[in-house]
Write a protein of this length. Structure first.
Length: 418
């Protein structure tokens, strides 16, 4: 933020895929760092000019200079130096490294980089050591960085292993303060879906408490990602999910999501709530939707939980949000309406909030461990409990508008504490 770029602090970005490129866009606009060093890990195109061509334009978000300054803007990439691997973007020095893929070999220290954002999606296990031949997030630390931000949830291969003490998962606006600069060296920013979901669940837990939420399920209707195929192709050897090799341009594809596991890391109360998360990929480039269904135990004295109650919770939570990450909309939106919307972790589509209340009948005689004497003393072993089911819709731009913006906020906050 203010004064950070004056310190001369340099930011490293590993990878220049969707999140990597848009992270570069974000920090060019923000100018919190004095220089950005991007590791491509390989040659790209015929020259650095081809890399500049790729950075300058985007099929989803348009021209970089249009993003920065609007329709009257002119190109902002200058001083392309093939030999040095450098150029300037809107005056900001950017250096491209095109040799090393293994984080341990990149040599961040030689370029004065203390903070790295790894956007490759490849190095997600914080338990793997820095000298692993296949690479690891800790390799960035061996290469000279002091902190590593990972733009995806951790994936620990050894299911018996715990998250190391120097690693933490945070979602800005939810548990951002869990990051301890004295302790943590590797920070996961979870995923775009977990980020949206966390901002949808937090107001409900704060209002009702985890014990009143009997169960929760969510499905994300998610835009395509670069891991999917443009056209059908033969699956690779050993691959079990045949749908991943099918064309995203022509299909709605059922897939999986790790949002449930990551959500428990950023909202501990979720461990006490039965929760299922599912994902469906659709043929759009960005702009996604979470459909959240929760079952709440009614409390007669507290008044009926209805559509107005749920919407009031989100309206107030959005108004109280100092960072603006949660938004409340009374408009009728479609997915393109929220593309590029800044800072919006979740946009509640209040017009489509629905609730239904009914009685759930529980036969106590079939509940394991019930005392037979207690059952015999009851007039009826069937208990009727009023339960309200609520359906809530939350939009999010799974690329630049939501996730990359919050990834940028996390990165800058870590830099300020260096």
């Amino acid at each position: 933020m203010a004064g950070l770029s004056d310190s001369g602090l340099k930011l490293g970005i590993n990878g220049l895929g969707r999140i990597g490129k848009l992270t570069l866009w974000h920090h060019v606009a923000r100018k919190a760092f004095g220089e950005v060093v991007v590791n491509l890990g390989r040659a790209a195109g015929k020259s650095l000019a081809d890399v500049a061509h790729y950075v300058e334009r985007d099929s989803t978000y348009g021209w970089l200079h249009g993003y920065l300054y609007g329709h009257q803007a002119r190109p902002v990439i200058t001083e392309v130096d093939e030999k040095k691997g450098t150029l300037r973007i809107d005056g900001l020095p950017v250096r491209f490294l095109r040799e090393k893929r293994n984080p341990a070999d990149i040599g961040w220290g030689a370029y004065g980089v203390r903070l790295v954002v790894d956007t490759t999606g490849q190095f997600l296990d914080p338990t793997i050591g820095p000298e692993d031949p296949k690479g690891s997030a800790r390799g960035h630390l061996l290469a000279g960085a002091e902190k590593v931000v990972v733009s995806a949830p951790f994936k620990i291969k050894d299911k018996t292993a715990a998250v190391p003490a120097d690693a933490v998962t945070t979602v800005m606006g939810i548990n951002g303060n869990d990051y301890d600069p004295r302790q943590h060296r590797i920070v996961s920013c979870a995923s775009c879906t977990t980020t949206c979901l966390a901002h949808m669940m937090r107001p409900l837990i704060d209002t009702f408490g985890a014990k009143r939420i009997l169960s929760a399920t969510m499905a994300t209707v998610h835009a395509a990602t670069s891991s999917q195929e443009v056209l059908d192709r033969l699956p690779e050897a050993g691959k079990g999910d045949l749908r991943k090799s099918r064309s995203i341009m022509n299909n709605i594809i059922l897939t999986s999501t790790g949002a449930a596991n990551a959500l428990r890391l950023v909202i501990p109360e979720m461990k006490d709530i039965p929760f299922i998360a599912e994902s469906v990929r659709i043929p759009t480039s960005t702009g996604s939707l979470i459909i959240l269904v929760i079952n709440l135990q009614e409390e007669t004295a507290a008044g009926r939980i209805d559509r107005a109650t749920i919407n009031a919770i989100y309206r107030q939570a959005a108004a109280d949000s100092l960072n603006g990450y949660l938004m409340y909309s009374e408009q009728q939106n479609v997915s393109t309406d929220i593309i590029g919307m800044p800072r919006a972790a979740a946009i509640i589509e209040s017009a489509e909030t629905h609730t239904r209340t009914a009685e759930a009948c529980i036969d106590l005689a079939k509940v394991p461990g019930m005392d037979p004497a207690l059952l015999a003393s009851l007039k009826s072993v069937v208990v009727r409990i009023p339960v309200t089911q609520a359906v809530i819709y939350g939009w999010y731009d799974n690329e630049k508008g939501s996730y990359v913006r919050m990834l940028g906020d996390r990165t800058v906050s870590i830099a300020e504490a260096l």
